[in-house]
Design a protein around this ligand. Structure first.
Ligand SMILES: Nc1ncnc2c1ncn2[C@@H]1O[C@H](COP(=O)(O)OP(=O)(O)O)[C@@H](O)[C@H]1O
Ligand SMILES: [Mg+2]
Length: 345
């Protein structure tokens, strides 16, 4: 980790703001987002539903809704700003260098094409420019690679399963196929958006183990998006917490989990079930996310839900306070550092 952080990041998002123009007003979905992912690092992006996690990941891949407009900022991947890149360039990067897996794999897979063929399609598309892979052996070669891809995601009897259709497989098995599809071209970054939502707890753990094991084996970075802070803390090196289109805190997973500094992170933690928690222990985060169409949103978008908040929180954007690799944007952080440890950036 410390060694990796001296290298330039694999992905660096700087000051990214995005809005949606809708009939009912402008939705200020992302504001001033900063995010760094190092090579091989597993980062959890957490926050309640509606925080902007999906919008952020889609924006980086240029697959935003037509109503979306990036109003400022950049997302630099391998020296290229993905926000400014044209569609052919992005199409080349998607699936090959940055891959994405989604919730509900069954709807993401083509229902009328055998799963092996779908993996071959991805391999063929991205191998198109590679003359060494063309020729009479291409079909045979692709089939072998599809079988191998299924074997790597621990699907038993892959020679038979390549011919199966998605409806012949369980939800957990379909998610494994999605992972095989996403990893077929050995991307440097995998973005997994709520990949285990809707799966039972045992399958959830198996899918998370699989993604993180493959990431570690291949030195692949992963951005794991979830509303489940406890799950993210179990599997990620570092966590980034989003609330209502802002990043409020980021830091090493274990530290953020044991000593959250933003009141929102603390609230999110006490609303998350862990081993040994009872129903009475769980306290939902008070209030709701603010309406992002409001013209005058408070400087801290958590202020209206926060016990610590005062006038300054609503008026002035809090500076980011950094302790080591733990960063928080709050006027009243918890577990406050002694002044000598602090440095605003
Ligand atoms: N196409 C869209 N048009 C207008 N608002 C949108 C659109 N897509 C997302 N949003 C808004 O952006 C915010 C963030 O959404 P999203 O990224 O899906 O949240 P998350 O993934 O964290 O649950 C929400 O307020 C949502 O309503
Ligand atoms: Mg989402």
């Amino acid at each position: 980790m410390t060694q990796a952080s001296t290298q330039p990041p694999l992905l660096e998002v700087n000051g990214l703001s995005l809005e949606f123009r809708t009939r009912s007003g402008v939705v200020h979905a992302l504001e001033g987002i900063n995010l760094r992912i190092q090579r091989g690092e597993i980062v959890g992006l957490v926050g309640e539903s509606g925080s902007g996690k999906s919008v952020l990941s889609y924006a980086m891949l240029g697959i935003s809704d037509a109503a979306a407009r990036v109003t400022s900022g950049s997302a630099v991947f391998g020296g290229l700003d993905l926000i400014k890149a044209d569609e052919p360039t992005l199409a080349n990067i998607r699936g090959r260098e940055i891959s994405m897996i989604f919730q509900s794999p069954r709807t993401a897979l083509n229902p009328i094409r055998p799963v092996g063929r779908q993996i071959e399609d991805v391999l063929r598309r991205h191998a198109a420019g590679d003359v060494h892979q063309r020729g009479p052996d291409l079909g045979q070669n692709l089939r072998q690679r599809a079988v191998q891809a299924l074997r790597e995601v621990a699907i038993s009897d892959p020679e038979r399963r390549v011919k199966a259709y998605p409806f012949e497989m369980s939800g957990g098995m379909c998610q494994r196929v999605m992972i095989a599809l996403a990893l077929a071209c050995r991307p440097a970054l995998l973005i997994a958006d709520e990949p285990t939502t809707g799966l039972d707890v045992t399958t959830q753990a198996a899918v998370m183990d699989l993604i993180t094991d493959l990431a570690r084996q291949r030195q692949m970075a992963a951005l794991f998006i979830t509303h489940d802070l406890a799950l993210a803390a179990d599997y990620c090196d570092r966590l980034v917490v989003m609330h209502a289109g802002h990043v409020v805190e980021s830091g090493p997973a274990s530290e953020l989990f044991s000593r959250p500094r933003h009141p929102y992170t603390a609230r999110l933690l006490s609303s998350t079930p862990g081993p040994g928690t009872t129903l009475e222990d769980l306290k939902p985060v008070p209030g709701n996310l603010p309406d992002l169409r409001r013209a005058e949103l408070p400087a801290c978008r958590f202020a209206e839900r926060c016990e610590q908040a005062d006038d300054r929180c609503r008026r002035e954007v809090a500076p980011v306070v950094v302790q080591g690799t733990h960063a928080v944007a709050c006027w009243h952080p918890l577990h406050a550092a002694t002044p000598s440890e602090e440095s605003a950036v």
